[in-house]
Structures are given as C-alpha cells and as structure tokens.
Ligand binder design. Structure first.
Ligand code: ADP
Ligand code: MG
Length: 242
C-alpha cells in the first residue's frame, strides 16, 4: 500500500474580519476591537496517498484555496492536525514572489533556494526552465520589465520543472494565453504520469478535473460534503450549482 502524503485531521481555519485595516492593526495590541469570525475551513478531514490525483471542487469562497495554502505552509490552521510528506510545489500565485530588480535567471536561483533546492540541482534545470517559459530572449533582463504573463510563465516553469512530489494547482493556469495554458496542462499530465506525483487540483472546469483526477472532494462553506470517485463528485457538484 502507498503511504499517506497529505493528512488533514479535523482541520479548522478561522479568519477574523475587522471593519477596517486600522482596527485590525489595533487588535494586535488590545482585545477591545470588535470583529466577526469567518470559518473558512470547518472541521475537515481527509487522507491522500502518494500518487493520487484529487480535484477540489466548490463554489467561490468554499475554502479551496485556504486548504491549499495550509498544505503549502502559507497559512496555518487554528485547530486540527496536518501532516505533509514530500516536496510540495504549489502553482498558487505564480506571478508573485519574484525580486523585481533581479533578472529572470537570478530569480530562478532565488526561488529554487526558497524551495530548498540545492544550487547544483537548479543549475541542471535552468535551461529547461528558461525554454519552457519561452523567455530565452528576456531571461537576463530584470523582472520588473516583465509582463504579468511572462512572470506567470516563469513561475510555472520553475515549479513544474523542479520535480515536485506533491503538485498543487489552484486555478492559475489561465494567467497566460490559451496556448500556454494548454502547454501547462500537458506538462502537468506528463509529470503526473512519469513521476507518480500526487496532484491536488482546483479548477472551475469539471472537464479538466475529470481528465486529470480520479478522486474528487467537494467543499461547501468550509465543510467537506463529498469525497469519492471523480465522476460522482462532478455530478453532485454540477447538480448543486444548477
Ligand atoms: N486572508 C483572509 N482574510 C479574511 N478572510 C479570508 C481570507 N482568505 C480567505 N478568506 C475567506 O475565507 C473563505 C474561503 O476562502 P477561499 O479559501 O479563498 O475560498 P475558495 O478558494 O474556495 O474560493 C471566503 O469566505 C473568504 O472570503
Ligand atoms: Mg480560491
């Protein structure tokens, strides 16, 4: 049997909602500021085994991104336990996290470093990253001169080429043009098939979800309401939104 690489045990994430940014700031120093609480993820439990492909379905605000952020360590749960095993590569906010004054090439090393990848390993991947991003001409220009599409392409190229063990894709593939999106999806497919990668996929396209994933999890207002076969999940989800 394959081992579990992602485990959520009764995970809850609450956000505090303040009326203004000023009140949020003041709340750091005093308990007197009023706020309401938003339950973004509500007592969610699931286990994902190595090599599984899982689509996370749910309306806007259902808690999909919050779950992915907890997995990548960008966000932290308030309650419950989370276990992650393996190198996580997250296609979340592709165009962000670059150092504007550095060149594209320097940023490849910077990101790689942040992701904990040894320099010699990045060196081996550098060429294929640049090629995949289709940025050969611009790679030695500072990132601040890049369009958001170029940034996203570089981001995707880095994350997909570092051979992730757990790949997280959150609705980001549409940042580039249609053609690049297609190329990205093909690459995701290739990586999954070749390397037994575990995939967590958020997409608005149930067609794409069915193509890439065998299992589907449905979230509704922070609660897990279904976890099972992707076909059944898509049917349930589609009937719930129509
Ligand atoms: N940083 C934040 N501060 C306050 N509320 C947030 C924050 N991030 C998300 N939320 C709220 O948590 C809920 C779940 O958001 P999210 O996980 O982004 O949903 P989804 O990705 O399914 O659209 C939403 O109601 C959203 O408004
Ligand atoms: Mg989201």
């Amino acid at each position: 049997m394959s081992e579990d690489v992602v485990v959520f045990k009764n995970v809850t994430k609450k956000y505090r909602l303040f009326k203004t940014r000023r009140e949020r700031l003041i709340s750091v120093f005093t308990k007197r500021v009023k706020y309401t609480t938003k339950l973004a993820v509500n007592d969610v439990s699931f286990k994902i085994k190595k090599g599984e492909t899982v689509a996370i379905l749910g309306k806007n605000g259902a808690g999909k991104s919050t779950i992915l952020k907890i997995i990548t360590g960008v966000s932290f749960q308030n309650e419950g336990e989370v276990e992650i095993k393996g190198r996580v590569s997250a296609l979340l906010e592709l165009a962000t996290g670059f150092e504007d004054t550095f060149t594209g090439r320097e940023n490849i090393y910077l990101k790689g470093d942040l992701l904990g990848i040894p320099k010699d390993e990045i060196k081996k991947l550098e060429k294929q990253i640049v090629e995949f991003a289709e940025l050969e001409e611009y790679i030695d220009q500072p990132i601040r001169t890049y369009s958001s599409g170029m940034r996203a392409r570089l981001g995707f190229a880095i994350y997909i080429n570092i051979e992730p063990e757990i790949l997280i894709v959150d609705e980001v593939l549409s940042v580039g043009d249609k053609q690049f999106e297609k190329k990205c999806l093909q690459k995701v497919n290739e990586v999954i098939e070749k390397h037994d990668v575990t995939l967590l996929f958020v997409t608005h396209s149930t067609e794409t979800a069915k193509k890439f994933c065998k299992r589907g999890i449905i979230l509704n207002e922070g609660k897990l309401v279904f976890d099972g076969d992707i076909k059944e999940a898509v049917e349930k989800y589609e009937s719930s939104i129509n």
